[in-house]
Design a protein around this ligand. Structure first.
Ligand code: B3K
Ligand code: ZN
Length: 875
């Protein structure tokens, strides 16, 4: 809980630590009711500083037992214990500092530091959790070699793990067992991990490119051992990919993954011992959907890739978080694109960016990819740091090309191996390896807000030229005005009337990179002239979404339809379709919507297309989400958006209706379930067809019922359940939900999906029904997955239900946040996100939401996490 006025930390105040900790020897003694920790720290004065021999260590909720310097126990007058610190003064150049303290993992509901999850112990130390285990310099620029001893009653915890390689395992004289681990790679304490439990393990091996054999182990609670194979497969593919694409090899003798049920995030890249939220690692066909498989593949890769981008080269301070996160998201996206359809992966990433990240960038929590201040670092594990950060790295890749980028990343890893560095050093490596000046480009890291690019074009038939004028500006964001023009790579193509790409010659020539068909927009306004353009072309702008900007370019529904049918860039085909559908939704809001003949024909031919990837087709035929539509309307009226979107959905379903039954049958497959791209694509399209069919026809609902009963995999069963819940009769929906729960109540991850189906359904989710779910035996306030499945899904997906005109939806969320503030501040703070958008809503809703934020703000004992988001939202 916070002090009266939480402090803001600033990047500009960074100073190096007064001491280094060269070696850390940690002894963790697990007892039933408490845990004792002994830290033996070899400290060395930082020569570069004129330090006065004073050292302040971080510590939180620790019971200090003793402090000794070079073997001599200190008396209480020889050090100062603050609320969250331990200070020693009068120190010399080098010492052995020994600190003993006691902690209570079973009472730790914040899930930071050492805590109990189900029947096991585990840790989460990033960003500042290590200080809840032991007094330490809890900052990423202090890198130390760790030796860890775990001691417990013999037989109590058969598996006891920490980072690095196991060096000893024995029963001590007092009958307790002691397992020792040594990690030869110096690391910051945020990468420390410890696990103890009665776990089962799936084992495999991987031979690295230099021929070393690495043991691979996935540890899970006994009931989950049949859900580990896919993660192992994804791990081996990730290891190979990182060797092939980045030349990066794994470095320890063993790589371990542990699945835990109670976890604040997706997973954590602790050195050699990744800890995963069980929802991001466990899968078998009966319990996991295709999207879960894809998520597992991406997260296993992401955490593994951190071994280089994050662990071997780490961050100097937490303002540099995107140095490891943006780069690693970029790397895992490349991996997923190579394993599946690259275009589909791009579509999914951009969907997320344009809804969630653009909303963050336009709201009170907007911050640069390299923030310059924060109150609570946990609040900065954001879509801006991760996804926009990855887009910025992606633009570097586009500017430098595959080879140039690889030269830059090689230089970065070689130059900084074993160091804690800054974003500046990452860009400098890219510059030095390619002989390029990226000073203007670096503004992407410094300026918050989503840039707007306005485009206008004119064609001169006589001169055979096309003139394109581009203007850019970045809106003000909290604390930042008067933004500078950015370096924006804008990929584009010109299509002739038959839909073929025309050759492109641009002036000024230096603004054009022919190999990647990119225009370089570097000023507030620039005009480009395309020569030898033999007919009036259709412009396809911002191909592959080459920069994270909002593009404003006037195109008629006919032009959009043309691009949807013909663009040679798969991403822009989809995007043209989304723009066209957005236009339909706007028309529906003004009561003037109907599909033209050409539009109807295009929809039917997409449904029947046999050339395109079926997953792509399912995206092409799917409407933009309500949140995406909201991003493009001001002020936001969630009910109006919902109804307009439903009107359009009904019209599409009716247009497709004559063909749906047949297409559904065609897409059935007799082949046994495999989580592989082609099958996944076919299921995605089949289940989209089913949802349109069930929306407009009782035959569709019957088909959903049959699929629900017969499905042998969760993808099909869940899709059928969704169709029954949303389009079946009340009786059908109730019966399906009841039978699903009956079937799966023993499986907590499946039950979470069952909770989400209800919480996210505009039809089912009422405030009363959400309250019931919160009372359900399957719900648990201490488990973040449950909280997300009910409250997160309700507030972010069931928009009409959440935005009730009597504020009951807001009040329910606010009550939950107030409750969680005392249990798990990070969770509480995450749940605030929908409330931070209050200024964008129609006035009557806006005032109601604000009142709930004020109610939260008036609570006593607000955590730093909640305080920061609420106070920034209200200012
Ligand atoms: N690095 C972790 C994030 C942990 C954050 C905890 N507050 C997960 C990841 O990005 O890989
Ligand atoms: Zn990460």
């Amino acid at each position: 809980m916070r002090d009266a006025q939480p402090n803001t930390k600033y990047l500009k105040d960074y100073t190096a630590p007064a001491y280094w900790i060269d070696h850390t020897e940690l002894t963790v003694e697990l007892f039933d009711d408490y845990t004792d920790v002994t830290a033996q720290l070899r400290i060395r004065r930082n020569d570069e500083l004129d330090a006065a021999g004073s050292l302040t260590l971080d510590g939180q909720e620790l019971e200090l037992l003793s402090v000794a310097l070079d073997g001599n126990t200190l008396s209480a007058e020889q050090y100062q214990v603050g609320d969250e610190s331990l200070t020693l003064s009068g120190l010399g150049d080098q010492h052995l500092l020994t600190i003993r303290n006691r902690i209570y993992p079973q009472n730790n509901t914040a899930l930071e530091g050492l805590y109990r999850s189900g029947g096991m112990y585990c840790t989460q130390c990033e960003a500042e959790g290590f200080r809840r285990i032991s007094y330490y310099l809890d900052r990423p620029d202090v890198m130390s070699e760790f030796t860890t001893h775990i001691i417990a009653a013999d037989g109590q915890w058969p598996v006891m793990l920490s980072n690095g390689n196991k060096i000893a395992d024995s029963v001590m004289e007092d009958g307790r067992r002691r397992v020792s681990w040594h990690d030869p790679f110096p690391k910051p304490c945020y990468l420390f991990a410890l696990v103890a439990g009665d776990l089962r393990v799936l084992e495999d091996t991987f031979t690295t490119m230099s021929g070393r054999e690495v043991a691979l182990q996935i540890f899970v609670e006994p009931q989950n051992i049949d859900k580990t194979e896919y993660a192992m497969d994804a791990l081996k593919r990730s290891m190979r990919w990182d060797e092939e694409v980045y030349g990066r090899e794994y470095d320890l003798d063993v790589f371990m993954i542990v699945a835990v049920d109670d976890f604040n995030m997706g997973a954590m890249e602790n050195k050699g011992l990744n800890i995963f939220n069980s929802s991001c690692v466990l899968a078998n066909p009966a319990t996991a959907t295709d999207s879960t498989y894809l998520r597992i593949e991406a997260i296993v890769a992401h955490e593994y890739f951190h071994n280089w981008s994050g662990n071997r080269v780490t961050c100097r301070d937490w303002f540099q978080l995107s140095l490891k996160e943006g780069f690693t998201v970029f790397r895992d996206a490349g991996f997923s694109a190579d394993m599946n359809s690259a275009t589909v992966k791009r579509v999914e990433d951009v969907q997320m960016l344009r809804t969630v990240q653009f909303a963050e960038d336009g709201g009170p929590m907007a911050h640069p990819v390299q923030p310059d201040s924060f109150i609570e670092i946990s609040n900065f594990y954001t879509v801006t740091i991760y996804e926009k950060g990855a887009e910025v790295v992606g633009m570097l890749h586009r500017l430098l090309g595959e080879e140039g980028f690889r030269k830059g990343s090689d230089l970065y890893f070689d130059r900084h191996d074993g160091q804690a560095v800054t974003i500046h050093e990452f860009v400098a490596a890219m510059e030095d390896a390619n002989g390029i000046d990226l000073s203007q480009f670096k503004l992407w890291y410094k300026q918050a807000g989503t840039p707007v690019v306005e485009a206008a074009s004119s064609y001169d038939a006589d001169a055979q030229t096309l003139t394109l004028t581009l203007r850019q500006h970045t809106p003000d964001t909290p604390g930042q005005t008067d933004k500078q023009p950015l370096w924006i790579p804008l990929a584009l193509g010109l299509l002739d009337a038959a839909g073929n790409d025309m050759p492109v010659q641009v002036e000024p020539a230096e603004a054009w990179t022919a190999s990647s068909q990119v225009l370089h927009l570097r000023e507030a306004e620039q005009t480009f002239v395309f020569h030898n353009v033999s007919e009036r072309p259709e412009l396809s702008l911002l191909r592959h979404f080459s920069a994270p900007v909002k593009l404003e370019y006037q195109q008629s529904p006919e032009q959009l339809l043309f691009l949807l049918q013909h663009d040679t860039d798969g991403f822009n085909r989809w995007d043209a379709g989304q723009k066209l559908m957005l236009h339909w939704i706007e028309q529906a809001r003004s009561g003037s919507f109907s599909l033209s003949d050409a539009e109807q024909t295009a929809l039917v031919s997409l449904l029947q297309d046999d050339q395109l990837d079926k997953s792509m087709l399912s995206y092409l035929l799917n409407l933009p989400s309500e949140s995406y539509v909201a991003e493009f309307s001001a002020p936001v009226d969630p009910a109006a958006i919902h109804h307009a979107r439903e009107t359009v959905r009904l019209a599409i379903a009716n247009t497709l209706l004559p063909h749906l039954a047949e297409r559904y049958q065609q897409l059935q497959s007799p082949v046994a379930y495999q989580p592989e791209p082609q099958q996944m694509a076919q299921r995605a399209l089949k289940n989209l067809v089913l949802s349109y069919w069930a929306l407009v026809s009782s035959d569709g609902v019957t088909a959903a019922q049959a699929q629900f009963e017969q499905a042998d995999n969760m993808t099909d069963q869940m899709a059928a359940l969704l169709s029954l819940v949303n389009y079946g009769s009340d009786e059908q929906a109730d019966a399906a939900l009841a039978s699903f729960y009956q079937q799966w109540q023993h499986d907590t991850l499946v039950v979470n999906q069952w909770l989400s189906v209800q919480a996210g359904s505009s039809r089912r989710a009422t405030v009363a029904s959400i309250e019931q779910l919160l009372q359900h035996e399957a719900f648990d306030w201490r488990n973040p997955n449950k909280v997300r499945s009910v409250l997160g899904v309700f507030a972010n997906q069931a928009l009409v239900s959440f935005h009730q005109s009597d504020a009951s939806g807001y009040a329910l969320l606010a009550d939950a946040i107030i409750k969680l503030n005392g249990i798990n501040p990070q969770m509480a703070s995450r749940l605030l996100t929908p409330l931070t958008r209050w200024k964008r809503l129609i006035p009557e809703l806006s005032a109601l939401m604000r009142a709930q934020l004020e109610r939260i703000q008036s609570q006593e004992d607000l955590s730093k996490d909640v305080y920061e988001v609420v106070s920034k939202s209200l200012s």
